[in-house]
Design a protein around this ligand. Structure first.
Ligand code: GLY
Length: 380
């Protein structure tokens, strides 16, 4: 039986044309504003891109958005901006000791993509170096270390599922299975210690770095320990889907579906994800980034399955994208970014309902998927 075809299934071509036109205008404006500053866009306030340090984990989403826009429009402006941003990021590579597990976010989805499209050797080298940096973080007890501060040698986080594709990429490029084997060990550990029977996930798990013994699961960017941070659920949903796509291992598909079913059960109704699915009813703290990441994962899940399983994930993805766009997208030139209700973490009110380049990135990726773009940036 053939897999579900998301492009044929999406009948609202008017919405797609309108989104493409709006994205083209708004992202061109974002580029104009980016060229007025000397830093990488991440969040904006007062109509300007706020200052962000090179080396921050979000740095790759701006050039990745540029490549998505270039594939959507063919406009040179977007390719030129992707290349400008890629060069800016070289300072982070030189400062390699400060890199975290986030190197997949930071290089695969633009340098890896540029290599796939143009066979640029420098882009290949950047991506492989980043993969080596992630491989260095592997603890032989079966997990990838997330962060660098002393005392966090045994900390792993669910977000890392989205960085595994750079390891799968490196195995394919070099013919050396070690990268893939490390990624799969980390994914297996994540199933065991992060994903709960109801499909919800922990954000952080702490292991003894010497023995690998499970120690704790403290609260992270969500509401509390044992709660359900929606962006973490989205990273898990899309991350396990990608691990399935790269390896074909059925347990990854089953896990992605378990997380997806839980995610859908929490947003069915208004289709607007809260920051944490177990946060108090008031105040209503939303996170558009979680919705857009989850929508991309649901679309990939849909096209990895036959009817009717695929359709339910496709329908949920479209419902989330349309609801969030209607509720929180800013298409004006009052601000260079688009989605206005992204949240960094629940506990800090000033980090709620802001814009973030990765909230926007995943919306562009989803629109391109529905337009029929074949290049999966997480498997370039
Ligand atoms: N990976 C960090 C975050 O999702 O905020």
């Amino acid at each position: 039986m053939s897999n579900f075809d998301i492009v044929t299934a999406f009948r609202d071509k008017g919405w797609l044309d309108e989104m493409s036109a709006r994205l083209t205008r708004k992202m061109a404006y974002g580029v104009k504003k980016a060229r007025e500053v000397s830093w990488m866009p991440y969040t904006a306030s007062g109509g300007e891109w706020s200052k962000t340090e090179i080396g921050f984990w979000t740095n790759g989403f701006w050039p990745a958005s540029m490549w998505q826009m270039y594939l959507m429009t063919g406009e040179k402006l977007f390719r030129e901006e992707a290349l400008r941003a890629e060069l800016m990021l070289d300072d982070a590579l030189k400062d390699f000791k400060n890199l975290s597990h986030d190197v997949g976010f930071m290089w695969l989805i633009h340098s890896g993509v540029r290599y796939a499209l143009e066979r640029n050797r420098d882009s290949f080298d950047r991506t492989l170096f980043a993969a080596d940096m992630l491989a260095c973080r592997y603890n032989v007890n079966g997990f990838l270390r997330a962060w660098n501060p002393a005392g966090r040698e045994g900390w792993a986080i669910v977000d890392c599922m989205m960085n595994l594709p750079i390891l799968y990429w490196a195995s394919r490029q070099t013919g050396d299975p070690r990268y893939r084997l490390m990624a799969m060990k980390h994914a297996d550990t994540t199933i065991k210690y992060f994903v709960r029977p109801d499909g919800s996930c922990n954000h952080i798990v702490i292991f003894d770095p010497e023995t690998g013994e499970y120690l704790d699961n403290p609260g992270g960017q969500g509401y509390a320990s044992g709660s359900s941070w929606s962006r973490g659920q989205a990273w898990g949903l899309y991350g396990f889907t990608l691990s399935y796509i790269h390896t074909g291992k059925q347990e990854y598909m089953d896990t992605a579906r378990r997380i997806a079913d839980y995610f859908i059960s929490q947003v069915r109704g208004d289709w607007l994800p809260r920051c944490d699915f177990r946060q108090p009813a008031q105040p209503v703290v939303r996170d558009d980034s979680a919705g857009n990441i989850a929508a991309c994962g649901l679309l990939e899940l849909a096209r990895s399955l036959p009817e009717p399983e695929g359709r339910q994930y496709f329908d949920a993805a479209v419902s989330i994208l349309k609801a969030q766009e209607k509720d929180a997208a800013d298409w004006t030139e009052d601000d260079p970014a688009i989605f206005t209700k992204c949240t960094v973490l629940y506990s800090e009110p000033s980090c709620r309902h802001i814009t973030m380049t990765y909230g926007d990135y995943f919306f562009i990726e989803a629109v391109n998927k529905l337009r029929g773009e074949k290049l999966l940036f997480w498997d370039p």
